[in-house]
Design a protein around this ligand. Structure first.
Ligand code: F6R
Length: 236
């Protein structure tokens, strides 16, 4: 594990964008595993700049996102498909047909989960997986549990996750209670993992996740076993 501490969010975003763009330059048809939330916004802004400057070309890249709220379709402004289209895909030269986000409105969610794992396998796995971390240690929406869940699955969101994500909705009551998330199998078989986190409020969970015991009660702690993990943290 490379655990890099930087002085602020801007530096974190610059470093993360550089690593992602290096991946795309080394393997133009790579598969990027992408995340939503506040943490990657700065990284995505830097990637957009690099793409506009001609430093990187996303035309052959495939992206596979981690998760989606159940019941929100891509036109809902809090859906993760909408987030990705707005904050990244519409601003770089990626082929929208090569971008994938779980369908939280699928009639048969179990089949959707199986199809999502098949999609990851068909692409030979993820080359570089970008992750944020929740205050309870979740990655994707793999919430604290008694065991690590390997496959893509439907999850009940933790009250702490609902509370943390309420800032994006009109009220806490509007936050969906369930989501579809890639499981630990998809994440752990990624060739490289890059986790980014910032803020004093994440300091405690970062210490638990990366320097504490490996336990499904702190889902991100499994990443300690990943052979090519980079973590970038800034307190500010
Ligand atoms: C989002 C995701 C989540 C977030 C986590 C941190 O696709 O997978 O695990 O990374 O909830 O969210 P922020 O970055 O908003 O603190």
């Amino acid at each position: 594990m490379r655990y890099i501490t930087v002085k602020n969010y801007d530096e974190l975003s610059t470093k993360a964008a550089a690593l992602i763009c290096a991946q795309v330059n080394v393997k133009p048809n790579c598969v990027l595993g992408l995340a939503t939330g506040s943490s990657p916004l700065g990284t995505y802004a830097k990637i957009i700049e690099k793409c506009a400057n001609g430093e990187v070309d996303f035309s052959e890249v495939t992206s596979i996102n981690l998760d989606e709220y159940m019941g929100l379709d891509g036109t809902h402004d809090q859906s993760y498909r909408y987030f990705m289209n707005t904050n990244l895909f519409s601003k770089i030269n990626i082929d929208l047909a090569k971008t994938h986000v779980p369908n939280g409105c699928a009639a048969d969610l179990e089949a959707e989960c199986r199809a999502y794992d098949a999609l990851i396998a068909e692409h030979g796995g993820i080359d570089l997986q970008l992750l944020g971390i929740g205050l309870d240690g979740h990655i994707g929406f793999n919430e604290p549990d008694k065991y690590f869940e390997k496959a893509t699955h439907v999850v009940e969101l933790d009250p702490s996750t609902i509370e943390a994500n309420a800032r994006f909705f009109a009220s806490e009551a509007d936050v969906p209670r369930k989501a579809v998330t890639m499981g630990m199998g998809g994440i752990m078989t990624a060739k490289k993992v890059l986790l980014i986190a910032s803020g004093k409020n994440k300091k405690e969970i970062m210490e638990k996740a990366f320097f504490g015991p490996i336990t499904p009660e702190v889902p991100a702690s499994i990443l300690q076993l990943h052979p090519d993990l980079t973590v970038i943290y800034s307190e500010e």
